[in-house]
Design a protein around this ligand. Structure first.
Ligand code: SF4
Ligand code: SF4
Length: 603
């Protein structure tokens, strides 16, 4: 069989293909995004789609499973919080066709607001969880998960982590299993969770748990590797790879299915060992079971290894005091490079204006969250997807009770608005909120790499689709009269709209529109330049935080022409007309509107 070098996410997609999956859904989120982007390579045989959020994606996959089709749904770890409601129902309902749930956890929080360990969800929902340790296992375990799902009538959770999702290793490819022919047959007692039915289904879930615990003891990927001494290591996921390096002579129990915990397998493994190390990322889940099963054994786990962050060979060695990870130089001497919005980002002018007007703003999850950092410092809260609008309303109402008010807005991106912001806006309108919601509309899910959303006019399958216009949706659909749109690069228009709407004692929505600058990566931008004679060193343009602007040795503003995209925002804020185009030969981003982008101008 052919071999290919695949990332874990690519391997999951390949596994879906080989396992005979015919339906796949997801909401993009790092580190899971590339799963669906690769599933769509098999669009001849798999229907793949973005849901507006993880809950809809999960329910759509469950619906597909009702027909006997094999379904896969993928999300990042916090997405499973959004999808938790259907997850728990799916556990009771079971799987007619296989239902495979991929959760990509993010130990170390490379791109997330927490580092929750989603194996807890498997335990709480009473479904099995698999943890691949490399790309080959990621692919193979999708196929195993399909078999488990259909044999035990259960959804199966596959827990990936950042490293297993993004690391590449060789994968042996296989043939595709013949998928079942989908057919919808009604099954009222199984799929309608009226309390009377749910009580009966719960009994079946508990019986299933017992059978799965027996299965876990013999699961072929729960492997024992005999060592040369009386030290044992129990490891799951990528931690297994690190453990092999650090403990070359130890015996290993590689737990690919940590839950239900293989009690008898662990007992047999532990019997001849003096000390057992448990290596797992995030929480002590395997460790807790191990300590319960063998309370008298010397078990070393999170008392030594860290609960926080990613595991690595170095971390394991440092935890055991085999290695000193203290840097050999003073890290404070390294110049700081705080993350910032991109040069020419169409959100910069909005954040600059919020700062000018001293508006307190509720932020949300997206690339624009970087506007919270200096010098823009435009948001002082960011909670979870969609929370900008609801947190805004809560603050407003609590203050109103004490007859107080503050100038505040909620700032949310278009994809996050579709995900879970729209329900918050309905709350604002229904509960007679008075604040302003700013929707940053670039008609794409920018943060995770430009995935399509309902405002894009295209689908993951590459087909054209109805484009949901946020202005029309809010004004005509929700009936919010004070709904306005403004150009993201028009500093003056944004300023005037904000000034007016913040004072309005009614709810309002401002849709700030421009395509993401990174969609034009290959464009030859015509940059701007500072006229040193005209520049007074007032440094107002530096407050934009554009990475292309700095000040030179004389304190004058300086624009790095290699970075500048010619958006023209800095020229608008300069009161001394010191900034202008170098020439007009190339393309400047200010000439690209959302309309021209959506109509296909992507030079
Ligand atoms: S805003 Fe204009 S005058 Fe002020 S530093 Fe920038 S370029 Fe110079
Ligand atoms: S025109 Fe000004 S604000 Fe826009 S990218 Fe260039 S330097 Fe930055």
């Amino acid at each position: 069989m052919a071999k290919e070098l695949l990332s874990g996410n690519e391997a999951i997609a390949r596994g879906a293909y080989e396992a005979g999956v015919t339906f796949a859904s997801a909401y993009p989120g790092t580190p899971s995004t590339e799963i669906l982007e690769n599933v769509v390579r098999y669009k001849e045989v798999i229907h793949a789609q973005w849901g507006v959020n993880e809950k809809t994606a999960m329910e759509e996959a469950l619906g597909a499973s009702f027909t006997g089709a094999r379904a896969l749904v993928a999300m990042k770890h916090v997405g499973l919080n959004v999808a938790a409601d259907p997850l728990f129902s799916a556990s009771y309902i079971g799987a007619t066709g296989a239902l495979i749930i991929i959760s990509a956890d993010d130990p170390g929080m490379h791109s997330s607001q927490n580092e929750q360990d989603n194996r807890h969800y498997a335990i709480a929902a009473k479904i099995p969880v698999l943890e691949p340790s490399d790309s080959q296992e990621a692919k193979d375990m999708v196929i195993e998960a399909v078999k488990i799902s259909e044999s035990f009538d259960t959804p199966v959770l596959i827990r990936m982590t950042t490293r297993t999702s993004h690391s590449r290793s060789a994968v042996e490819l296989g043939e595709r299993l013949e998928p079942p022919v989908p057919e919808y047959k009604s099954d009222f007692f199984k799929r309608n969770l009226l309390p009377g039915n749910a009580r009966r289904r719960h009994v079946l879930v508990e019986e299933r748990q017992k059978k799965l615990a027996v299965f876990s003891d013999d699961f072929k990927y729960n492997t024992v590797i005999k060592g040369k001494n009386r030290i044992g290591v129990v490891a799951s996921g990528v931690s297994y790879q690190y453990g092999r390096e650090v403990f070359p002579d130890a015996s290993f129990l590689k737990l690919a299915m940590p839950y239900p915990f293989p009690v008898n397998l662990f007992k047999r493994f532990a019997a001849k060992l003096d000390t057992i190390y448990i290596l797992e990322e995030n929480d002590p889940i395997i460790e807790t079971f191990a300590r319960l099963v063998e309370p008298g054994k010397k078990i070393i786990g999170k008392d030594v290894f860290p609960l926080l962050g990613e595991m690595s060979q170095d971390v394991v060695q440092a935890s055991l005091k085999l290695k000193d990870l203290t840097p050999r130089f003073d890290v404070n001497t390294i110049p700081r490079r705080p993350p910032s919005l991109c040069t020419g980002c169409p959100h910069t002018a909005l954040f600059y204006n919020l700062g000018l007007q001293k508006v307190n703003s509720r932020g949300d999850i997206g690339c624009y969250t970087l506007g919270a950092l200096p010098p823009l410092s435009a948001m002082d809260t960011c909670v979870d997807m969609g929370a900008s609008i609801t947190v805004l309303l809560g603050i407003e109402k609590a203050l109103a009770k004490a007859e107080k008010t503050i100038k505040q807005v909620a700032v949310i991106g278009d994809s996050t608005f579709f995900h879970s912001g729209i329900t918050g806006l309905i709350d604002v309108i229904y509960n007679k909120g008075q604040s302003t919601v700013v929707i940053l509309d670039n008609s794409i899910t920018a943060m995770t790499g430009h995935q399509e959303n309902p405002g894009s006019g295209t689908t993951l399958m590459g087909e054209t689709a109805p484009r949901i216009d946020i202005v029309k949706l809010v004004r005509d659909g929700l009936g919010l009269e004070h709904t306005y749109e403004v150009d993201g690069y028009d500093v003056k228009a944004i300023k005037e709209l904000l000034k007016r709407e913040i004072l309005r004692p009614e709810p309002s929505v401002i849709v700030v529109r421009r395509p993401c600058i990174l969609l034009y990566r290959k464009a030859k931008w015509s940059p701007m330049r500072v006229d040193g004679e005209a520049c007074t060193s007032c440094k107002v343009c530096l407050r934009l935080g554009c990475p292309a602007i700095s000040s030179d040795a004389d304190g004058k503003a300086f624009i790095n022409e290699a970075l500048c995209s010619g958006c023209g925002v800095c020229a608008q804020v300069c009161a001394f007309k010191a900034i202008s185009f170098v020439d007009d030969k190339g393309l400047h981003s200010s000439s690209i509107t959302l309309e021209s982008y959506l109509s296909g101008d992507r030079s």
